[in-house]
Design a protein around this ligand. Structure first.
Ligand SMILES: Nc1ncnc2[nH]cnc12
Ligand SMILES: [Zn+2]
Length: 328
């Protein structure tokens, strides 16, 4: 008997650099003549024990050293799409961190074109429609972000929107007021990480000051009942990443994850993998573990998938197509 096909959904919170699997890190290092500070795969894997967001970011940025050519970015993107398609992902909104490559001497053209060349044919090749989102590193200056955004606009980069990521605490959304205003003028969609490690007030700022349309993570909203009421009333999408939250110790264990309470409160939540090569699984593993540990029901699974499709920036036609598949 053929295996049941996975539930169709949209992945809205995914860092393409976070899909760089250990095997590909070694393959790209060899291809590019880069000496890694790990003798073998096991030694690299032994570093995947994180105590907080920063301890992960240190390894995430260090491992990017192997990404040098357009082909490297294309290979990483192709590997993600193949794996995501197997997990049921039918639409993906993919973040990349251009500043993390520019600082290593890799040009905007190299990193953007390498990813975008694969996304351009993702629907035909993998059955996954895609959009690219340029994310900006909030621990760098706003001027740096503005300069990179102008570079992306000047090269007519095929980006649908901008995001805000990296070390959250101490780098509030309001630090990037001009960046998000400029993105709005340029007709770009706007999202930001907020309330992952940072306080609920960062979620409020991202909405009020940056006018974002979606919040990445947002789990700490649960500490502020008034904010929860607002997010429910406005149907603000929260792209939750359960395995990421456990691995980065934003929550103690999956059994204590706020997702069931968020669903019960009526929040518009979806399930996403964030940096699947680092956090123990793609979106299907996130769902499987939620089911086994939290007893997530079939009803909630379908609701989460429908939320992901409705909260995406896909065309209305594509959304209807995917919603029909989900209900069929
Ligand atoms: N979970 C995360 N939070 C903030 N920045 C990130 N960059 C990649 N993954 C991230
Ligand atoms: Zn993220």
């Amino acid at each position: 008997m053929a295996a049941a096909s996975p539930m169709p959904l949209a992945e809205l919170h995914l860092h393409i650099e976070g899909t760089l699997e250990p095997e590909l890190i070694f393959a790209l290092a060899e291809r590019n003549g880069i000496e890694l500070p790990y003798a073998n795969l096991d030694e690299l894997r032994s570093r995947y024990e994180f105590t907080d967001l920063q301890s992960f970011l240190d390894l995430y940025y260090a491992n990017m050293a192997v990404l040098r050519t357009e082909q490297d970015f294309a290979d990483m993107t192709r590997a993600y799409l193949a794996r995501a398609a197997a997990a049921g992902v039918r639409h993906a909104e993919i973040m990349m961190d251009p500043q993390a490559h520019l600082s290593r001497g890799v040009s905007l053209e190299t990193c953007v074109n390498g990813v975008a060349s694969v996304l351009a044919t993702s629907e035909e090749e993998f059955g996954v429609s895609t959009l690219l989102i340029a994310a900006f590193l909030r621990d760098l200056s706003e001027d740096s972000a503005l300069e990179v955004l102008e570079g992306l606009l000047a090269m007519n980069a095929p980006i649908a929107g901008i995001g805000l990521d990296s070390a959250e605490v101490g780098n509030p959304p309001s630090k990037f007021t001009r960046l998000f205003a400029r993105a709005g003028e340029a007709g770009l969609r706007k999202i930001a990480h907020a309330g992952e490690e940072g306080p609920p007030s960062y979620i409020v700022e991202a909405l009020d000051v940056l006018a974002v349309e979606r919040i990445d993570h947002g789990i700490r909203c649960m500490e502020d009942p008034e904010l929860v009421e607002r997010l429910v009333n406005d149907r603000v999408p929260l792209t939750v990443c359960p395995l990421s939250n456990v691995r980065l110790r934003a929550v103690d264990m999956l059994a204590a994850h706020p997702l069931p309470a968020m669903l019960a409160a009526g929040l518009n939540v979806s399930v996403n993998s964030d940096d699947p090569a680092y956090f123990g699984g793609y979106v299907d593993s996130n769902f499987a573990q939620l089911e086994s540990v939290l007893g997530l029901s079939e009803f909630d699974r379908v609701r989460l998938a429908a939320n992901s499709i409705r909260s995406s920036f896909a065309s209305e036609e594509r959304k209807q197509e995917l919603l029909a598949e989900l209900s069929g």
